[in-house]
Structures are given as C-alpha cells and as structure tokens.
Design a protein around this ligand. Structure first.
Ligand SMILES: [Fe+2]
Length: 434
C-alpha cells in the first residue's frame, strides 16, 4: 500500500508529465494552426489547451474555498458540454472565436499548471480530492488523443511531431482464431489505482463458448470485403448504417482515396499506398458490423473482448493488461508515447499478447464491440455529466490506440462513440460462435 506522500508524488509527477506531454503535442505548430477547426467534430488546438485547464479550474473551485476563476469570459468558450457550469459555446463554432487569443490560452495554461502544482505539492489532500485530480489528469490524456485525431484532420503529413520513432520491424503472421471457454466472467476494473466510474462495479457476466481473432482485421481483409461489393449491398448493413453509406457515399474507410485503381491514404506517415498488413483504421461501428456480417462472423461483446484480453486461465485471475499487471512499455504496445504516429502491422508486439494469445489488444487501434454503452449494474457516478450522460446511442470500444497516452489505458477501460463516427483511430476484431 502506497503511503500518502508516495501517492502525492505520483499524482504530482503524473500531473507534470501530462502537462508537458500536452505542450509537446503542439510544440511544432504554427500560430495559425491553433485557431482553425476543420470540421464540426474537431476542435481547434487552442481550445483543447484551454479546456483541459478549465476543467482543472472547475476542480479547484470544487475543492478550494472561495476559488476565484481566472476569467469569467473564458468559462463559456472552454466549457465543452457541462450544463451544470453554464451554457457552453457552440461546439461547431469553436474555430470562429478569436478570443481567447492563442497567447492568452498559453498564459492561462501555465497559470493553471502553477496553481495546481502548488496544491498538489503543499496540501494534504483527502482521498476524494486526489481521485478528482487523477480524473483531471486522465481527462487531459483523453484530450491529448482527441488533439491527435484533430491534427490528422487539420495537418496529417504536414504535422511535424516533436518526437518520432522508427516503426518496429514487420513480422509475417498467419491469421488465426482462438477458442475461449464460456462460463461466468467478472467484468470491470480489479486494481487499486485510478479508474473511471464506468469501469465499476465489477460484476459477473455469463458467456457462452466463443472464438475470437488473434489479430485485428487487416486492411488486406477489409479490401476483400470492399472488392466483394461490401459497400454496395444492403444485406450486410444495419438500416441506419445503410442510410449513412448512401447519404455520405461511403466506399472505403475515412481518409482513403482511390487513385489510378490503388487505395491510398494520407496520414502522419504521408500520402501513401494502403499497407495491407496494418489493422484497418478509421471505420465506424456500422462498417465493422457490416464486415463481420459479410465474413459470417460478429463483433465480440465487451465482456468477451475483456476476457480474451485479460483472463489468465492458468492462474485463474485476470490481469490489468493482456501481458500482466505491469504498465505498458514500448515493447508491449503501440501507444502515444511510442511516438510512431501510426498503427503498426499485425504481430508487431508479440510481447504484448494476451494469456490466450490475442495480439495488439492494447494500443494500435481502438476495437469496436457489439456492446451498448451504459452503466454497469450498480453504477454510481464519479463526476456528474462526465460519462453518465452519454448512456444512450453509443457503442463501447476497447483497448486504446497509437494516440492513447500509456498512463490512461488498461484492459477494463471503456471508450464510447456514436455508431457512425470514424475520425478516431478505430478498427475491430471478429468473434464467432464455436
Ligand atoms: Fe473534456
């Protein structure tokens, strides 16, 4: 059990590292880049920097007496969707606001960093307050990933990362599926560190025997579906998904372009031919579901995904990560701090495979599951309006992506997006009945 001062230093250390990571992501941007919003679902980089600082102010106001907000004017623009703190600025119009200026946002960012650092250094914080600051750190991690999505939309190959590491060597892999015995499985977070309210409480779920792919579905597999008329045959699609295909003229994953009969993409690695051995990325839930139908398979439920990722049959216990309880490092998973700026080919992380032998369940691409996003039985909110107001019309994704900060991911983490969203780094793996 960590002592109070150990917990405090890890909180302070995580906070400082997180603030520095946010600044690193925007270190090479030009000033003009900070203001622009290229689509209603993205946000200008300056907004992310301001918003994460604003949430820290909200926590300070809740946990310190007579807290004076830095600026009432900032509050409206930097509030994302919390109605309890006033009417937020229109999300789709964040790129039209020239105030606060980029310089003001940076000044604000540094002032808030100093204020929070002082609190974390000097005050004896009770357990509840510590948990709130851990939440704010994890919230900033979520925005770092959102910022990476936005940077792809805004700049893609024109973005110059402060750090870029070489991609791991590619390994030839034979696709396979793994059989997993059913029975009762206890879903949820079992560790003693921070987790979100939606990962609790642990509870039993009955699973039938099932099979799950050892790897995420690759571009090569997905192109087979496309070449077989996947996007032009209604029979593979949910009704809402088919409507999207028609209205949006979907013919491929987002960012793909057919040039002279060859599929190309434009991402942080440049304008390039699709790499057939990478997991398919930038697909919506509808596309993942349609592929599975075409392949005669289905998406796993989140409980099936979690058991395949974390259950150790030999030890009869689950681990926090597929490989065990040790935190991720560059040998086990492709996460933000790998600074590869792309997903890696399947099989690139043999040391990160799960006890059952499933590869890349943490990192590379988020994986769509068939599960509706809602509270686990007995759910209690940890922070009102943060997660719980999204308990409708969203599906759960698991596992993190190459844009997810390492401290913020674990096997029990539940991400959630609407069924038609595909600007995130999302792919999937298939399951099937035995
Ligand atoms: Fe937020």
């Amino acid at each position: 059990m960590a002592t109070v001062s150990e917990q405090k230093s890890s909180l302070l250390q995580q906070f400082n590292e997180t603030r520095i990571r946010t600044l690193n992501l925007v270190q090479t941007l030009e000033k003009d880049d900070f203001v622009v919003q290229t689509a209603p679902f993205t946000s200008p980089p300056k907004w992310h920097l301001g918003h994460v600082s604003w949430l820290l102010e909200i926590l300070m106001s809740k946990t310190s007496q007579n807290y004076e907000f830095y600026s009432r004017e900032f509050n409206e623009y930097l509030n994302s969707y919390y109605l309890q703190f006033g009417e937020p600025h229109d999300k789709a119009k964040r790129g039209l606001a020239t105030r606060p200026t980029v310089d003001q946002v940076f000044e604000y960012f540094h002032i808030i960093t100093n204020k929070v650092t002082n609190i974390l250094q000097n005050k004896l914080l009770d357990e509840k307050t510590q948990q709130l600051y851990f939440m704010a750190i994890n919230h900033e991690c979520q925005h770092q990933e959102l910022l990476v999505y936005d940077l792809q939309h805004l700049l893609a190959d024109r973005y110059r990362p402060a750090t870029r590491n070489p991609l791991p060597r590619s390994l030839q892999q034979k696709l396979s599926t793994i059989k997993i015995d059913g029975g009762l499985y206890t879903v949820g977070y079992s560790g003693d560190q921070f987790c979100y309210d939606i990962e609790l409480p642990e509870h039993n779920v009955y699973l039938n025997d099932y099979k799950i792919d050892a790897y995420p579905v690759t571009n090569s597999q997905y192109i087979e579906f496309m070449d077989d008329g996947g996007y032009s045959d209604f029979q593979y699609w949910l009704s809402d998904g088919w409507e999207k295909v028609q209205n949006e003229q979907w013919k491929s994953p987002m960012y793909w372009e057919s040039i002279d009969g060859k599929w190309m993409t434009r991402d942080f690695l440049g304008r390039r031919k699709i790499n057939l051995n990478e997991p398919v990325c930038h697909v919506s839930f509808y596309e993942a579901d349609a592929y599975c139908k075409w392949a005669g398979k289905r998406l796993p439920t989140e409980a099936e995904w979690e058991k395949a990722a974390c259950w150790n049959e030999k030890k009869q216990r689950k681990s926090i990560f597929p490989w065990g309880d040790e935190p991720p490092d560059h040998t086990r998973a492709n996460l933000l701090e790998s600074y590869l700026w792309n997903c890696t080919e399947i099989g690139a992380y043999p040391e990160g495979k799960s006890h059952y032998g499933c590869h890349q369940m943490i990192g590379d691409v988020w994986e769509w599951t068939s599960s509706e996003f809602s509270g686990y039985p007995g759910f209690k909110t940890g922070f009102s309006e943060y997660n719980d107001k999204w308990f409708a019309n969203q599906k759960v994704l698991r596992g993190g992506s190459f844009g997810t900060p390492a401290i913020s991911i674990r096997g029990s983490y539940r991400n959630f997006f609407r069924l038609d969203e595909r600007w995130l780094f999302a792919g999937f793996r298939c399951a099937e009945v035995v």
